[in-house]
Design a protein around this ligand. Structure first.
Ligand code: KG4
Ligand code: ZN
Length: 344
């Protein structure tokens, strides 16, 4: 059975994991940099890159030791090669190249988004292609038909902010600190979503694209009136964001063709209210709903190792001179979206 070392360093999590082809995570470590970036209210790329340098080698040594293995036991080394903050991606990819070269094992360069997209298959052996994937994280908000490993058809993306970004910015407005998504979800539990009226950008529009910038600005205005409880604003924001996501996903289902399941992945998939709304939507369409366990939603290396296994099984690996890609769309053929401010 295959064993792959996965490495993730594209944002503010330094992570390593050993994953088997039998879907077992033999060992994993995630060194979060939340504390390092908290004073700045967001991820500082240079500080992140330096923190990855300090932390990555020790945690790789730890996961190997925990599993009682050496590099010789591996079938491949898989690392995130983009998209993400270029300094961090370089640290992970260069480390993976060095390990692959030293142990004479194949290197597999993984698209971070593919890691998220295939992560539900690590947890669920019965999830088959094609499935409709809602990929919602701090940097991305997309609806994709996952047709196979490396085969992604993008149906929608955001024309401004990602969903996690909207959670983080709204949380910042409400003084919840960084990272704000989980804190906002907790505060929303104590609030009344109906107490504050907020817009639902693009609701009902013909194509399934997303927009969150206007919602975030409305949160700012609601906050500045000083008339609302913070918990009510949090609840109203979360409900508005969910209403948008459900409407947009429902729109995408109409053009997705035959799919085996509705699947959610990425950091925002850790949100219980989001999960439960999607579960209801899937049921209404007679579809299975699949969401990875919480630990697989936010950035981790197990999903990178698993994507490595999937690629290894397709007979794919990469040359040691492969370059990191700060931008790397899953569907390279997807057109830029009108209104997204993309320069010609
Ligand atoms: O996938 P991820 O760890 O990193 C990226 O690739 O972006 O996603 C992080 C994002 C952040 O914006 C974070 O606030 C959001 O996911 N997030 C949540 C929750 N947990 C993480 N948003 C809402 N509710 C949550 N429980
Ligand atoms: Zn991510």
């Amino acid at each position: 059975m295959e064993i792959v070392l996965g490495i993730e360093s594209s944002c503010d999590e330094t992570a390593a994991a050993l994953v088997t082809g039998e879907r077992v995570v033999l060992a994993q470590r995630i060194a979060s940099q939340d504390e390092v970036h908290r004073p700045y209210g967001g991820v500082v790329p240079e500080i992140a890159a330096r923190a990855h340098v300090e932390r990555l080698s020790p945690i790789i040594a730890e996961v190997l030791a925990e599993a009682g293995m050496t590099l010789a036991d591996l079938d491949a080394v898989a690392a995130t090669a983009g998209p993400g903050l270029i300094g961090g991606v370089m640290v992970g990819l260069v480390t993976a190249k060095a390990l692959a070269m030293a142990s004479d094992k194949p290197l597999i360069a993984i698209n971070h988004l593919e890691g998220h997209a295939l992560s539900p298959r690590l947890a669920d052996a019965t999830l088959n292609f094609p499935y409709l994937l809602l990929l919602v994280s701090g940097g991305h908000c997309q609806l994709l038909v996952v047709e196979g490993v490396g085969r992604y058809r993008r149906l929608a993306t955001t024309i401004d902010d990602a969903m996690g970004e909207a959670f983080d910015k709204s949380a910042k407005i409400l003084g919840l600190g960084y990272p704000g998504g989980p804190a906002l979800e907790r505060l929303a539990l104590e609030g009344d979503a109906k107490a504050v009226r907020l817009p639902r950008p693009l609701l009902g529009s013909e194509e399934p694209h997303f927009s969150f910038a206007g919602l975030k600005s409305a949160v700012m205005r609601a906050y500045q009136t000083g008339e609302h409880k913070h918990a009510d604003i949090a609840a109203a924001f979360q409900q508005a964001a969910i209403d948008c996501v459900i409407d947009r996903t429902s729109c995408a289902l109409a053009s997705a063709g035959q799919v085996t399941a509705l699947v959610v992945a990425g950091g925002v998939a850790a949100n219980m209210a989001v999960r439960s709304a999607l579960e209801t939507l899937a049921a209404a369409h007679g579809l299975r709903f699949v969401a990875p366990p919480l630990a697989l939603c936010t950035d981790n290396a197990a999903m990178i190792g698993w994507a490595g296994i999937e690629r290894l099984r397709m007979g794919q690996n990469d040359s040691l001179d492969i370059a990191p890609r700060p931008r790397w769309p899953l569907d390279e053929s997807a057109e830029p979206v009108r209104g997204a401010g993309v320069k010609a």
